[in-house]
Design a protein around this ligand. Structure first.
Ligand SMILES: O=C(O)C1=C[C@@H](OP(=O)(O)O)[C@@H](O)[C@H](O)C1
Ligand SMILES: C=C(OP(=O)(O)O)C(=O)O
Length: 446
């Protein structure tokens, strides 16, 4: 039902003829922006988001909240440019909470954050809220959220698969209480329940009963952002029971929040320095953050780069030599495509582990990376929970992206080092980084 990018256009990925030297300003974090929008919408007073990400995922989130009655006003300060990578610097969104109501339709696109974070919000609204999205959204797991909300008192009609499309019949309030979920397929199940929980009558106690829990930094981000707006959260990492999170009912404050740059979207630019023996600086890299992209400092250092964090930002300097890595990426799964691309260019094999759940991301990322790297002459095999990558000399060809923004940026990384790589549908980067092709060319001085 949405205008999912289906353009088959081929984009010739720029080839780097020398060391890349650049400073790249990266727009705001998707994960922070979409959490901040939800929390601001549920607050007892208006709030501000500064330097929010403007991308498909965050605009879908904003549009959905507007459909439920929330006011979101976009303002651009006079210092910002009209186009370009600095756009969001001067931008701020004023969020004005209001009584949440249906009937409404929410288009989730293929945004995990929208399809998981909003059903609990809809259960607080009055009236029916229909959820629909891209075809892929029907395949992504949502059962953890649907089943949990039913236990907590919500009425939801789905087709029995525990997936989209579905309708949440909001009753204007939700009991809340205790619930067990298996969040091994997505940490977003836990984040979704916690984010709306201050507004549940009894708050919530969420107990994860599955084997593994991926993407812990993203759950930490949820907890930190809840606390920053005044919520009371008990959680395992500050002395609570393992795998149990409790949020008490309370009013939330409207805050003035400046969104950090998206460190996962900084990945391809840092990778460019690593593989070309160059130097790339990302301004405004936070000293402390819950974003998983911060792990790139360690990962790319192990793969041959060196990182320094100064007032100018994070600078990665490469030597042109890239080493393979054996690493569990379970906590930072969204970094996998970019790491796989770098690993395909390394001087030794790599094993990427702990990311079986990537089979249920924007596309089956393990299958997609294996197929696309191998079609360029690579030697990648899928394991039960990741990838084994043996570097081989690669050649040009079409790199398919399967409507996955991180496949497009992964292919672009390879294209820097391998002549003749063409990215199919680079426009899919609009999910989180609409300006990617221009930023990439700008980094190369084009
Ligand atoms: O909560 C979030 O903002 C996210 C959590 C992670 O999801 P999974 O736990 O489903 O991997 C991550 O991969 C996704 O890009 C963003
Ligand atoms: C997995 C991702 O997105 P989503 O929020 O749609 O799950 C991602 O951005 O890598």
């Amino acid at each position: 039902m949405t205008e999912a990018s289906v353009h088959p256009a081929l984009w010739p990925a720029p080839f780097a003829t020398g060391a890349v030297e650049a400073t790249v300003t990266v727009p705001g974090s998707k994960s922070v922006t979409n959490r901040a929008l939800v929390l601001a919408a549920l607050a007892a007073e208006p709030g501000w988001l500064r330097r929010p990400l403007r991308s498909r995922d965050s605009l879908l989130m904003a549009d959905a909240l507007r459909a439920l009655g929330v006011g979101i006003e976009e303002t651009v300060s006079s210092s910002s440019t009209v186009t370009g990578v600095h756009d969001s610097e001067g931008e701020a969104w004023r969020v004005i909470p209001a009584g949440l109501h249906g009937p409404a339709t929410v288009d989730v696109g293929n945004a995990g954050t929208v399809m998981r974070f909003l059903p609990p919000v809809a259960s607080l609204a009055s009236g029916p809220i229909r959820f629909d999205g891209d075809p892929r959204s029907y395949e992504r797991p949502l059962n953890g959220v649907i089943d949990a909300l039913r236990v907590l008192g919500a009425r939801i009609d789905d087709d029995g698969r525990g997936a989209l499309p579905m309708t949440v019949h909001g009753g204007g309030a939700l009991d809340g209480g205790s619930v067990e979920i298996d969040a091994s397929s997505s940490s977003q199940f836990v984040s979704a329940l916690l984010l709306s929980a201050p507004r549940f009558n009894q708050g919530v106690e969420v107990r994860h009963i599955g084997a593994r829990l991926p993407s812990m930094p993203h759950i930490r981000m949820t907890v930190d952002m809840l606390r920053a707006v005044g919520a009371q959260v008990d959680e395992p990492e500050t002395g609570g029971e393992p795998n149990v999170w409790r949020v008490s009912p309370s009013a939330l404050l409207g805050r003035d929040l400046t969104v950090e740059p998206d460190l996962s979207n900084a990945q391809p630019f840092l990778a460019a320095a690593l593989i070309t023996g160059g130097r790339v600086t990302i301004p405004d890299w936070p000293e402390r953050t819950t974003q998983p992209g911060d792990a790139l400092r360690e990962i790319f250092t192990e793969m041959g780069g060196s990182c320094t964090l100064t007032e100018a930002g994070l600078t990665l300097t490469g030597t042109g030599r890239i080493h393979g890595i054996d690493v569990d990426l379970g906590e930072v799964g969204e970094l996998t495509p970019g790491i796989a691309a770098v690993a395909a260019l390394a001087d030794s094999p790599s094993t990427l582990r702990g990311v079986a759940h990537l089979r249920l991301h924007e596309t089956d990322r393990l299958a997609a990376l294996t197929k696309e790297i191998n079609e360029l002459g690579g030697d990648v095999t899928e394991t039960e929970d990741g990838l084994h990558i043996r570097p081989r000399p690669l050649h040009g060809g079409v790199f398919h992206t399967y409507d996955d923004h991180r496949m497009a940026t992964a292919g672009s990384i390879i294209g820097l080092a391998v002549e003749g790589v063409q990215i199919e549908n680079v426009a899919t980067t609009a999910k989180t980084l609409p300006d990617f092709p221009r930023m990439w060319a700008g980094m190369l001085g084009a």
